[in-house]
Design a protein around this ligand. Sequence first.
Ligand SMILES: Nc1ncnc2c1ncn2[C@@H]1O[C@H](COP(=O)(O)OS(=O)(=O)O)[C@@H](OP(=O)(O)O)[C@H]1O
Length: 393
Amino acid sequence: GSRLMENSLLCSRLYVISISSVKKKLILLLIMLLLWAYTLYSCMGYCATMPSPIMDSNRDKESQGTGRRTDASEVEILPRLLPRPQGWEDLETDYEESSPRTYSRDLLNNEDWDDAKSEQSAADLSALSSFSNGSGSKKLPQAIIIGVKKGGTRALLEFLRVHPDIRAVGAEPHFFDRNYNNGLDWYRDLMPKTLEGQITMEKTPSYFVTREAPARIYAMSRDTKVIVVVRDPVTRAISDYTQTLSKKPDIPSFESLTFKNRTTGLIDTSWSAIQIGIYAKHLENWLQYFPMGQILFVSGERLISDPAGELGKVQDFLGLKRIITDKHFYFNQTKGFPCLKKAEGSSKPHCLGKTKGRTHPNIDREVVQRLRDFYRPFNMKFYQMTGHNFGWD
Ligand SMILES: Nc1ncnc2c1ncn2[C@@H]1O[C@H](COP(=O)(O)OS(=O)(=O)O)[C@@H](OP(=O)(O)O)[C@H]1O
């Protein structure tokens, strides 16, 4: 009898032990499952937009402006026409500054549009991509690259996009010049989604020479940080002309367009290629609204000779940790320019496309000299205003 009792006691103890070990295993399994699900969730949702603990002091300060939405159908179709926010788009500013056109047509006219469009399809169809696109919210930009055309604005934006705390729209929105009537909601909708602490950016090089742009950006938010990539105005003019020539091979020579009257040597300052380079004049317009401390001047020349050095200054200006360093760049001998070892959202090295770093035509030395003389006083004024000698003279 007592043995029978002992046996049944042993059995029930064993039963209890096995029950609790199964329970433990189950709980462990559940915890692992939860951990795994959490890791998966945070990776899909956050990896692409992971912020660092450094916060931008300007975030959430954006204020609403007075812009109104006009064409509803256009507003709806545009986000679909926009290239994927991730990836390397080598878009180029348009050569006709004055012609008012719609945003969608700007994109369609762009020679790099086809590349951007084909790049878009594969990634956007994947579930992972749409999941990661779901996190955060769209905000108005806290920092804008406002110019100058042919200064190196695309290189700067693509380099900045490597920073985990910067999210930028790939195409040029042209909001503060051509599309202002579409309103701030339209503009905000073009922006990529950001998380707390991330900075939204865009670049449109024509803003620097747009009379209304400073007041309009100020109306959006007086705290907006503006960045200007400046380049020797003579080389900039030739670069501008080279771009136009590549699209319209029949235009007159650079030399003949430079002068109002070749014999008197009177320079045609109404030609945009020349006008854009009078930096001091355009800057005066911006200083009516923004203090010097809110404007950063990046040297287009140094952006090529020392990209990490220039990027260091930009990251400081934006209140970001210096994450982009010389380790991110290599000099591509074939391209003749610095390139990224890894482009944003990719593990492959990447240089800008063939529309960046074109071969310039040879320009008559006397004409170049005449232009140097023309720009010198404006350059001096610009150095004085910015407190920085860019070494063009
Ligand atoms: N890393 C790198 N790779 C290629 N090109 C570079 C780079 N950094 C600066 N640049 C210079 O950028 C010039 C084009 O300037 P933008 O991008 O501002 O042009 S645009 O206004 O958007 O059309 C372009 O002008 P061009 O050389 O006249 O083609 C380049 O000199």
